[in-house]
Design a protein around this ligand. Structure first.
Ligand SMILES: Nc1nc2c(c(=O)[nH]1)N[C@H]1C(S)=C(S)[C@@H](COP(=O)(O)O)O[C@H]1N2
Ligand SMILES: [Mo]
Length: 314
């Protein structure tokens, strides 16, 4: 097994531990636990071809090394280097995604079938609620392509998503202290889910997804804080009521259901006005960018929230 290499990200760019460890106050109790280097976390990546999709971005890509070794995936541990270090035993084949709930044609999709969808390369900004950001060339397809195949009923108003629970393969899911309740769950309003920017990603940088990035299939919603982009999905359900979401359940005062990127609404414990683009930090820190409303996708999505008070819309 190859030795684990720490990410080559200057200290000045790394989210202060105090911030990411305090997203839920008691998470601090597990600090230092789960540091076992079980294996280097990228299962063999396979090349994946995709035609260029819409939403071209004229911004420098974040280096692949950073994208794949500086991650949030608490199922593998709460430190940024944990997912790459601890996900070597995670098995992503076979894999099925169950799509059920308020649909005319509930069914399961096997990964082989999903990989036959019309794949596109979509380069998006990713903005974490902790104040760092990346530019990532995803490969995937619009979530709407799956929704169209199951015939959502008129009563369906929201879509809920669920991550796999597999303590034997996910060290963050076993042990005495666990950072979050499992499964990790997320949700979107149906119109957000059907928006053409919303994709299910199966790859990045021309290859299948590394385990640390949510293999084999994860959501990407680029105008919302990163925690909405749930990883390693096994179930998608169409529902009538606003679904449960992991971070809102953990701390509703700090993390909302919508969680659209919004520089005008600070996190109760830090500013959201600026962000550290990974790869752009100065030697002594600094070099932060202004955070853009809806993460730069306002033109595409602001109309979804017409009539909502954006200041209260955290
Ligand atoms: N299941 C699951 N999905 C998750 C998370 C997680 O801990 N578990 N972390 C979220 C957070 S906070 C962010 S910022 C993004 C990070 O995606 P990346 O590691 O591919 O950059 O994944 C999101 N999806
Ligand atoms: Mo995040």
């Amino acid at each position: 097994m190859p030795a684990y290499r720490p990410p080559k990200i200057p200290a000045s760019e790394i989210t202060p531990r105090a911030i990411y460890m305090s997203r839920r106050s008691f998470i601090g109790a597990t600090a230092g636990a789960g540091l076992s280097l079980a294996g280097f976390g990228s299962a063999l990546a396979a090349p994946l071809t995709a035609k260029p999709g819409p939403y071209k971005l004229d911004e420098k890509l974040t280096p692949k090394e950073s994208v794949t070794t500086y991650n949030n995936f608490y199922e593998f541990g709460v430190n940024k280097e944990d997912p790459a270090a601890n996900s070597g035993d995670f098995k992503t084949t076979p894999w099925t995604v169950k799509v059920d709930g308020l649909v005319g044609k509930p069914r399961e999709f096997g990964l082989e079938e999903i990989l036959k969808m019309q794949l596109e390369e979509r380069t998006y900004r990713l903005r974490c609620v902790e104040g760092w950001s990346m530019v990532i060339p995803w490969i995937g397809f619009p979530l709407s392509a799956i929704l169209d195949q199951v015939d959502p009923l008129g009563s369906a108003k929201y879509v809920s998503f669920e991550t796999v629970v597999r303590p034997e393969e996910m060290p963050g899911q076993k042990g005495l202290f666990q950072p979050l309740p499992w499964p990790y769950v997320e949700g979107l309003r149906l119109d957000e889910a059907r928006h053409p920017l919303t994709i299910l990603a199966v790859g990045l940088y021309g290859e299948t997804l590394p385990n640390a990035n949510g293999a084999p299939i994860r959501l990407v919603v680029p105008w919302k804080y990163g925690f909405k982009s749930i990883k390693s999905i096994v179930r998608i359900s169409l529902v009538e009521e606003q679904p449960q979401t992991t971070w809102k359940n953990a701390n509703a005062r700090e993390y909302g259901f919508y969680s659209n990127v919004n520089p005008a609404v600070d996190h109760p414990r830090w500013s959201q006005a600026t962000e550290q683009r990974i790869g752009e930090g100065g030697f002594f820190g600094g070099n932060r960018r202004d955070t853009l409303p809806f993460n730069g996708y306002a033109e595409e999505v602001a109309s979804l929230y017409a009539g909502m008070d954006l200041k209260a819309n955290y």
